[in-house]
Design a protein around this ligand. Structure first.
Ligand code: ZN
Length: 428
């Protein structure tokens, strides 16, 4: 008998996502489904998965074990959000209204809006304020089924404020059930005070910020906004190479607003992920497939930024690229914390199937963050992070506004129950 302190019984379908990592091509449609299934965990890790009828013979529950009855509903791995800018202060309400009236992101940025606006508010915020904002956003994400998320700095653009953002991520991670992977994005934009001398800011990034973030161990990844008018390909190569030499893993904001060759650069440098890719080239798609660099797509960002097109998700999948999803939570263009919403846009605007979208928001997002040995699928030895839907139909995930997620379990503890955050004691 296997000892357990957590059990999930009576899953109508248990979609484990067990199998190849990352998922590419036709394998993205394979969810590893067990019918009438059960799962057991001990000390937060999965110890047994099998038919519900076999549970009593296989598993010995400890006294005071938590047992959930899924009532025949569908069960999935906890969602993994591959790309967020969730730590920030202030709002961009005026800019969002401008966009509704027809202004483009480039126009808004040229007028001093966009990232620069959030930088001003974030530099003024205290560590406690940044942490409180982040915890509130983590609650929203958890309610939508997200149990692991990447979070970037990038609204400080000066050493102290960038470190404060990363410190807020570290503190919120320790206090909240949602687990995080943190990314240093000091190269999110050239701050206003360095625009007369870009080289000065590049040197600050390479000589001061990156080494200090590495020394303090505050970020796993380093990222660059490689985009026309932000950081060029040559500047991005220089920054990413310096980061790699310091031991950072790499991810790249690539080809979002126009083609620059960001995807090709990400593949060349061995980045773990190239993100956005709205204007990725055919050569870029091939380079990503060959290098094993994930393509983290952010359909909600295209939707809210009113971009003229979406990333070619269908072509990327058909070319064998490991496509992942992120919410892109941020104050300007990332208004939804919900991965089911990102899946919905991916399905209806980008021609992705529901099964592919689920793979992208679980195991492939975990791969893109290099945490697929811990999360992203339900397998013995991995963390017991899972989502129970309200009913048996996976398609309910695409019914925006309904709230398809009923229960969320994080490392074997119920953190969302009947669509509500489980008791204050859950935030340990
Ligand atoms: Zn981003």
């Amino acid at each position: 008998m296997i000892a357990a302190d957590f059990a999930l019984r009576n899953a109508g379908t248990l979609h484990t996502l067990a199998g190849p990592v990352p998922r590419t091509g036709p394998a993205m449609s394979v969810l590893g489904t067990h019918e009438r299934a059960a799962l057991a965990a001990h000390h937060g890790r999965i110890v047994w998965i099998g038919g519900d009828g076999a549970f009593d013979l296989a598993v010995q529950l400890e006294p005071n074990a938590t047992v959930i009855d899924a009532g025949g509903a569908a069960v999935l791995p906890g969602f993994v959000d591959g790309h967020t800018h969730a730590v920030f202060a202030g709002d961009r309400d005026e800019e969002i209204r401008r966009r509704l009236a027809g202004a483009s992101y480039a126009e808004i940025a040229a007028e001093g809006g966009g990232i620069v606006r959030t930088v001003g508010a974030t530099r003024e915020a205290t560590l406690a304020e940044l942490e409180a904002g982040l915890l509130a956003r983590f609650d929203e994400m958890l309610l939508c089924g997200t149990t692991t998320a990447e979070v970037k700095s990038g609204y400080g653009l000066e050493t102290e404020a960038e470190l404060r953002q990363l410190e807020a991520i570290s503190r919120a991670d320790a206090r909240h059930p949602l687990s995080t992977v943190s990314t240093f994005l000091g190269a999110h934009e050239v701050p206003v005070e360095h625009r007369d001398d870009r080289e000065r800011y590049l040197r600050l990034l390479v000589d001061e910020m990156l080494p200090e973030v590495a020394r303090r161990g505050l970020a796993t990844f380093a990222d660059v906004f490689c985009e026309k008018g932000v950081f060029s390909i040559e500047e991005s190569r220089r920054l990413l190479t310096a980061a790699r030499d310091l031991g950072f893993k790499l991810r790249v904001h690539a080809d979002e607003l126009c083609w620059t060759g960001g995807a090709e650069l990400a593949a060349e440098l061995g980045a773990r992920s190239a993100d956005h890719l709205v204007f990725v080239s055919e050569a870029g798609r091939r380079a990503l497939a060959e290098s094993g660099c994930a393509a983290t797509l952010l359909p909600s960002a295209c939707f809210y930024l009113r971009l003229p097109r979406y990333a070619p998700a269908r072509d990327l999948i058909d070319d064998g690229v490991a496509v992942a999803l992120g919410s892109d939570v941020n104050p300007g263009g990332g208004l939804s914390p919900s991965l089911p919403f990102a899946m919905t846009v991916a399905c209806f605007a980008q021609g992705v199937s529901l099964e592919e979208a689920i793979s992208a928001a679980t195991i492939n997002a975990a791969y893109s963050l290099d945490v697929a040995d811990e999360v992203g699928s339900l397998e013995v030895g991995k963390r017991a992070d899972l989502v129970v839907l309200r009913g048996p139909r996976l398609l309910d995930l695409l019914r925006v506004g309904v709230g398809a997620v009923s229960t969320v379990v994080k490392t074997g503890r119920v953190v969302v129950e009947d669509g509500h955050r489980a008791g204050a004691g859950a935030r340990a």
